[in-house]
Ligand binder design. Structure first.
Ligand code: NAD
Length: 305
């Protein structure tokens, strides 16, 4: 018998995901809960902050209303989906989940602490995923009790609108976990792209250094905020300018991704722009805090430089 040939995976080997847990009710967490609930899956969302959960539910309802108005879904589908979402500040609420995805703040120590705290509440068969934009899936998985059932499932923002999901296997991720998560992405109406576990994967490896370069252009006085954004919208046909996009993603997240690229690839071309660092130090994270490269307390948002 040829021992090098792996037996084909039977469909019965692939775990079916029938219920979902989401950690972190920020902009990504509420989007992930939104698409899972609309696909018919019961969802439990956990955050350390009750106010984040309350805000997430309101955001989901508002975004689904918008989908109803655009006749993308019916009012009944909205009501049924919203009824499928439960929230809690306690990981014990994940006791029945087949799959838990962590979409908390992009900091490795925070994510590791979350896994440590939630693992005792999970069934042994529960798959665990991270929505990290950049951190090593292998390293995060190794900090859990189930590296073979741990995977990167990277949704794009805004989740209900963006088609792509990057799927990233850690070195220990097993084939049934990969197939189950691929099937989940398909069920959610997404197209998956498989990325290797290198810093920032595919989309952010290319996108975030471009944003960082736009911040350098601003820092060096090459152009104003409006000039840079208009130039890229009209000159490169980008739907959003890079600084507007940075505010949309969150400047804290953009900076974390640049730091992961800089540390992980040890190449000075990934040096975060000092102006990006300053904005994050000031707490100017973009849209989510009301100020970034634009001031969102004004309508339309006013460029800050
Ligand atoms: P966010 O700041 O909007 O939300 C993070 C949430 O995590 C907050 O509600 C916070 O209260 C919660 N949180 C922090 N510590 C926690 C803990 N110990 N337990 C439970 N909840 C905790 O951030 P976001 O933009 O939603 O990003 C979340 C993740 O998704 C990050 O890993 C980020 O890299 C990734 N991501 C972000 C984008 C984007 O465009 N913003 C896109 C793809 C992936």
């Amino acid at each position: 018998m040829d021992t090098d040939v792996k037996p084909a995976l039977l469909t019965t080997d692939i775990p079916e995901i029938r219920s979902v847990g989401v950690v972190g009710a920020g902009q990504m967490g509420n989007g992930i809960a939104h698409v899972c609930a609309l696909a018919g899956l019961p969802v439990t969302m956990v955050d350390i902050k009750q106010e984040a959960l309350t805000k997430a539910l309101a955001t989901m309802a508002r975004n689904m209303d918008r989908q109803v108005n655009r006749t993308l879904i019916t009012a009944d589908q909205r009501d049924e989906a919203l009824a499928r979402v439960k929230t809690s500040t306690d990981y014990a609420a994940f006791a029945d989940a087949d799959f838990v995805i962590e979409a908390a703040t992009e900091k490795e120590d925070i994510k590791r602490a979350i896994y440590k705290a939630l693992i005792p509440s999970l069934r042994p068969s529960c798959l665990l995923a991270t929505n990290t934009s950049s951190i090593s899936v292998t390293r995060l998985g190794a900090s859990t009790d189930r590296p073979e059932k741990f995977i990167g499932m990277h949704f794009m923002n805004p989740v209900p609108v963006m088609k792509l999901v990057e799927i990233i296997r850690g070195i220990a991720t097993d084939e049934p976990t990969f197939q189950a998560v691929k099937a989940l992405a398909h069920k959610l109406g997404k197209v998956s792209a498989v990325a290797e576990d290198f810093p920032a994967f595919i989309v952010n490896r290319i996108l975030v250094p471009m944003i960082n370069e736009a911040v350098f252009a601003l820092y060096e006085g090459v152009g104003s905020v409006s000039a840079i954004d208009d130039a890229m919208k009209l000159g490169a046909n980008h739907p959003m300018g890079p600084l507007e996009l940075a505010d949309f993603i969150g400047l804290d997240t953009c900076l974390s991704i640049m730091q992961v690229l800089y540390d992980g690839l040890a190449d000075s071309k990934y040096r975060p722009c000092p102006l990006l660092v300053k904005y994050v130090e000031a707490g100017w994270y973009g849209r989510k805090t009301g100020r970034g490269f634009y001031d969102y307390t004004q309508t339309p948002p006013k460029p800050t430089r």
